[in-house]
Design a protein around this ligand. Structure first.
Ligand code: SAM
Length: 298
């Protein structure tokens, strides 16, 4: 069993009240309904196991995710993370007026709210996600551009098909080998194309995934890359997140053929009084929650 303070940096989970049961060695018996909950642990999980687990998890939890976060995300806004940084102000993909006519690939698009915003600027987005149910939510809110259900580690597109690629917490935190994704994105981007992606800020892995004061004390090694896994009673992974240090992420980007031109760590704004799992105004005022990588394919 992992220690009770196993880092939980679950982008998908909605709140600490629905934590998986982590049984202590001497814990009292849990009743049957609780015993069916997944066990949270840290163990290795490969490319195939991670994709299979996350496809299932997002299919099962897409409805709840959209119900919980849909209002904050907005049906046609481009929000980079729980801080609420909006592409309208950030312009990490470039000035909005230059998006018109651009072919843009969104990875791990979820309900494709970001792609809807891009379409509103005159861009031609393609929204890709491994979860069929997430993409059904894209249809529900009115996506009128291609939706592709596929794993980001093997993109079903020809070389040099896109001018831009983007991802707001999609795919990259969940794959066992992010270089597979980055090399694929490099392949499908045209020379000079830009990739911008946000992930959980790596420092968060050293802290418990709690929004309150209990989330402010280091409880694990930042350098421990062992994946966070929730598994069923047979030991099958049902949810996986992978940790890379900041240096690992930079090396992944560069080794995949990109030039890193900016690394944005959005500060928690005073207007945002909401919480998103372990992301909160309290923690956001002290440590970064999101890292956004701005990369160019030369
Ligand atoms: C935290 S959600 C982000 C969705 C959207 N960008 C948003 O901000 O709501 C992560 C998304 O990544 C998708 N995902 C996870 N692993 C993936 C993979 N290997 N390939 C493509 N999408 C993946 C999930 O299905 C999910 O929709």
């Amino acid at each position: 069993m992992p220690p009770r303070d196993t880092p939980r940096v679950r982008v998908g989970r909605k709140s600490t009240t629905r934590e998986p049961i982590i049984q202590e060695a001497d814990a009292p018996q849990v009743h049957e309904a609780e015993a069916a909950e997944p066990e949270a642990t840290r163990r290795e999980a490969g490319v195939t196991e991670s994709s299979r687990a996350n496809r299932g998890w997002w299919d099962r939890n897409a409805d709840e995710y959209q119900s919980e976060h849909g209002t904050f995300l907005g049906d046609d806004r481009f929000v980079w993370g729980p801080e609420g940084l909006d592409e309208v102000e950030a312009e990490l993909l470039g000035p909005a007026e230059e998006l018109k006519g651009k072919d843009v690939l969104e990875l791990g698009a979820g309900a494709a709210q970001c792609s809807r915003w891009l379409a509103g600027q005159g861009a031609r987005p393609v929204a890709l996600d491994i979860s069929h149910r997430q993409l059904q939510h894209a249809l529900r809110i009115g996506a009128s551009f291609p939706l592709v259900c596929a794993d980001a580690v093997a993109l079903p597109f020809a070389d040099a098909s896109f001018d831009l690629a983007c991802s707001a917490y999609g795919a990259l935190p969940f794959v066992a080998d992010p270089r597979l994704v980055l090399r694929e994105v490099h392949r499908v981007l045209r020379p000079g194309g830009r990739l911008v992606f946000s992930v959980t800020h790596p420092i968060r892995w050293a802290f418990p995934d709690e929004p309150g004061p209990e989330g402010l004390s280091v409880s694990a090694s930042y350098f421990d890359r062992t994946p966070y896994v929730e598994q069923d009673e047979q030991g099958r992974a049902v949810y996986v997140e992978h940790h890379r240090t900041l240096g690992d992420r930079v090396r992944d980007v560069v080794a995949s053929g990109f030039r890193l031109v900016d690394l944005v760590e959005p500060e928690w704004p005073s207007w945002n009084t909401g919480e998103w799992g372990g992301w909160s105004p309290l923690r956001g005022s002290l440590i970064p929650g999101t890292a956004i990588f701005v990369c160019v394919r030369d």
